[in-house]
Design a protein around this ligand. Structure first.
Ligand code: THU
Length: 164
């Protein structure tokens, strides 16, 4: 028996101004996207903006549905839009932010498990890490170099193969 430990590293910035220009621009796009979210049931508005290797920014926001599970998170709306319009173009970074109509969000958003899995798929697809930039309405900004850090022991395609 051997007890194991996992360590992840991430960077926290006190303010948005400490991010580099590219990261700041991406976060601004995520904030604009959150303004356009369709979230009449939770009143929790999430925006995501992806920077592709060709310089294009693809945005998305949460789209809710009266049949609740039919809705989709901002991160997946954005990443599937990128996959649909720009197949084979690497995704360099994703900024995600949120705001509520009912309270103030002063902590960075923490992506849900399904979105972690979806983003992880694109890291594996393009064999390239995707930087996560996570923010609330105000407060510190959390930057993680790769989704793999947020989803240890991810389910991978190799597991579907025989004799791996
Ligand atoms: N939501 C996202 O868009 N991204 C996340 O990472 C967490 C949750 C959305 C789903 C739903 O529309 C609302 O936030 C409340 O859960």
């Amino acid at each position: 028996m051997k007890k194991q430990e996992l360590k992840i590293s991430f960077t926290e910035y006190e303010t948005e101004n400490e991010l580099n220009a590219e990261e700041q621009q991406l976060l601004q796009k995520a904030r604009s996207a959150s303004d356009l979210a369709y979230a009449p049931y939770s009143n929790f508005h999430v925006g995501a903006a992806l920077l592709l290797e060709n310089g294009v920014i693809v945005s998305g926001n949460n789209q809710e549905n009266v049949a609740y599970p039919s809705g989709l998170c901002a991160e997946r709306v954005a990443i599937y839009a990128a996959g649909a319009s720009y197949p084979d173009v690497k995704i360099k970074a994703i900024a995600v932010t949120c705001k509520s109509k009912q309270f103030h969000v002063s902590e960075p958003l923490s992506p849900c498990g399904a979105c972690r899995q979806a983003i992880s798929e694109y890291e594996m697809r393009y064999k390239s890490n995707i930087k996560m930039i996570l923010a609330g309405e105000t407060g510190k900004i959390r930057v993680i170099d790769s989704m793999a850090d947020l989803l240890p022991f991810a389910f991978k395609a190799e597991e579907l193969k025989k004799n791996r």
